[in-house]
Design a protein around this ligand. Structure first.
Ligand code: GTB
Length: 217
């Protein structure tokens, strides 16, 4: 069955791979699923046709036959459940990998998103100078805990899983802040994720959309 996802017609990051379609592309590449992409403008996202797919008028969405999904957590979980390669077969290891997916989205990503909000949307507010260090400190606490747990391992729980895919995707949002580099084990962990051939294919595909340059090779 054809899989179609939606992505920004032009991502505000110009193709740095930070928009959330990249993590869905990455999951599809990891499991070897071919997919199509429908590009949507900011205006089209708020129109009825797209709102029927995504109640909050956002990207990405995922369509497969009569199944329509939104929320990258649900989409990546669906892909991982249906295809081999992103979740361990052993039941307990599988449950732990799912825990890491939730941890990425519910525990690590929120303070990282707060930093983006504080800088981009509230940067001109008089209280931002006082607030920023508090937000950054909350991120450092989480990264310190995560780094301790990761230790010298390559991945969070033995083999690479959808939990790592989600965690690396979330941490990538931090790179431009410099905070990630304060945690060398996590910076190396993210680099390992980015070095995966499936990630590179996903990244190149979104870059091609955002630079208008066709994929080669
Ligand atoms: N919780 C949802 C999920 O995980 O699927 C969040 C989806 C979401 O935030 N989508 C964003 C969106 O559609 C795009 S990814 N925004 C448009 C809107 O809400 O009107 C967030 C994003 C956007 C841009 C950058 N960037 O340029 O760096 C990074 C991340």
């Amino acid at each position: 069955m054809t899989i179609t996802i939606t992505a920004f017609e032009r991502s505000p990051d110009g193709g740095k791979g930070l928009a959330r379609d990249t993590r869905v592309r990455w999951a599809l590449e990891e499991v070897g699923q071919v997919y199509q992409v429908r590009l949507v403008s900011f205006r089209a996202m708020k129109e009825p046709a797209h709102l029927a797919l995504h109640p909050f008028g956002q990207i990405p969405t995922y369509e497969e036959g009569d199944l329509v999904l939104f929320e990258t957590g649900a989409i990546v979980f669906h892909i991982a459940e249906r295809h081999a390669g992103l979740l361990p077969v052993e039941a307990n290891a599988r449950a732990r990998a799912v825990s890491w997916m939730f941890a990425a989205l519910n525990t690590v990503e929120p303070p990282i998103l707060e930093l983006g909000t504080a800088r981009l949307l509230e940067g001109d507010k008089p209280w931002t100078r006082q607030r920023l260090p508090l937000v950054e400190e909350r991120i450092r606490i989480r990264l310190s805990q995560l780094s301790t747990r990761l230790g010298d391992a390559d991945w969070l729980d033995a083999a690479f899983s959808a939990g790592d895919l989600m965690m690396v995707s979330v941490l990538l949002r931090l790179r431009s802040s410099g905070i990630l580099d304060e945690f060398p084990k996590l910076a190396a962990y993210v680099a390992r994720g980015e070095a995966r051939p499936a990630y590179k294919r996903a990244f190149d595909a979104q870059l091609a959309v955002n630079t208008g340059k066709p994929l080669t090779g």
